[in-house]
Design a protein around this ligand. Structure first.
Ligand SMILES: Nc1ncnc2c1ncn2[C@@H]1O[C@H](COP(=O)(O)OP(=O)(O)OP(=O)(O)O)[C@@H](O)[C@H]1O
Ligand SMILES: [Mg+2]
Length: 322
């Protein structure tokens, strides 16, 4: 478990983290999303001790992350692999030696049969067994990130920290890398923290997510909770517009949290014998579940009956200002 309690961090006079609290469970894929400058990278660097913090506590598997005890911190860092947007590979080394680098750093031999087996099995896991002796400059962006992922796993960490790991990749390659991260999470039980400004990343793989703004957590929960029915700040971040709504009648937004609720509005129209028009809608995939939202327009006279019906059917709703 990774536990942050009221974590504060300043750079000079600039307050970058203003009391961040979150708990990340073992084996979870946890997202941290927010705009540029929100403090996401700083937070991640505080978690693995690359950056000190000025207040609060961070514990990883019960141990406090602190720069006071360098030896202990080093051991904790061994347990936290990290990947970045720009891959950070060394071009003078081939793929094998790039993956082996953390072992070298820890004074481990990298060419013994055991080491070879380990590195080749990781390259197989990331699908690059045929690139063992290639240089990073001979690889595509997606392949480079695969090498970086293999490297991040070479010391058998329990935790993987990803800082905008897919931000430099196109959508198709992003999906492949996310699928790989999911596989690593499922098969190796590794806890993954994903820092991103891309909503798609959170939707595809995160079980829970925190929305960070100006060094504060504004919302936390399952991605479908945060994004299907977003609070004002999250809505602004998503730049979501429900378009022009009719000026007459009543506009009601409905929120569906699973597919089975889809026929509710047609059932409602039949049972209440009312008419409605559909103004706006969206359906989105969250870790292969479909969630959605729909805006309908009804007559003012039907409003009470409709809202009562929706309550009875346990459909969440909101009356929108037109
Ligand atoms: N080493 C540093 N010295 C001074 N200020 C810093 C330093 N690192 C980050 N900052 C500032 O802290 C704030 C948060 O930066 P951070 O890199 O954590 O944001 P971020 O959410 O990761 O943004 P992005 O999405 O652009 O990566 C910014 O205002 C940034 O300028
Ligand atoms: Mg960043």
């Amino acid at each position: 478990m990774i536990e942050l309690k009221n974590v504060r961090k300043n750079f000079g006079d600039l307050e970058v983290l203003k009391g961040i609290s979150m708990t990340i469970q073992d084996h979870e894929i946890y997202g941290i999303i927010g705009q540029s400058g929100a403090g996401k990278s700083t937070l991640l660097r505080c978690i693995n001790g690359l950056e000190s913090y000025d207040g609060g506590t961070i514990t990883v598997e019960g141990e406090t992350v602190s720069q006071k005890d360098a030896k202990k911190l080093h051991l904790m860092q061994k347990n936290m692999g990290m990947i970045f947007q720009n891959f950070n590979l060394l071009n003078r080394l081939d793929v094998y030696d790039n993956v082996a680098l953390p072992m070298k750093f820890w004074g481990m031999k990298t060419k013994t049969p055991e080491a070879k087996e380990k590195i080749l099995s990781l390259l197989k896991l990331v699908g690059l067994e045929d690139k063992v002796h290639s240089r990073p400059s001979e690889l595509s962006g997606g392949q480079k990130q695969r090498v970086a992922i293999a490297r991040s796993l070479v010391l058998d960490p329990g935790i993987l920290l990803c800082d905008e790991a897919t931000s430099a990749l196109d959508p198709a390659i992003t999906r492949e890398i996310l699928t790989l991260l999911q596989k690593i999470n499922e098969e190796m039980g590794i806890t993954i923290i994903v820092v991103t400004h891309q909503m798609e990343v959170v939707k595809q793989i995160c079980q829970r997510v925190s929305f960070l703004k100006d060094g504060t957590v504004l919302a936390e929960g399952r991605p479908e909770e945060l994004f299907i029915r977003p609070i004002r700040e999250v809505k602004a971040f998503l730049q979501e517009e429900s378009g022009m709504l009719p000026g007459r009648g009543v506009n009601i937004q409905l929120f569906f949290t699973d597919r089975s609720k889809d026929p509710v509005i047609t059932m409602m129209a039949r049972q209440l014998n009312i008419d409605f028009s559909i103004c706006w809608g969206k359906l989105e995939d969250f870790r292969s579940n479909v969630y959605g939202s729909l805006v309908i327009n009804i007559r003012e006279d039907d409003k009470d009956e409709v809202l009562e019906y929706l309550d009875r059917m346990h459909v969440a709703w909101e009356v929108l200002e037109s």
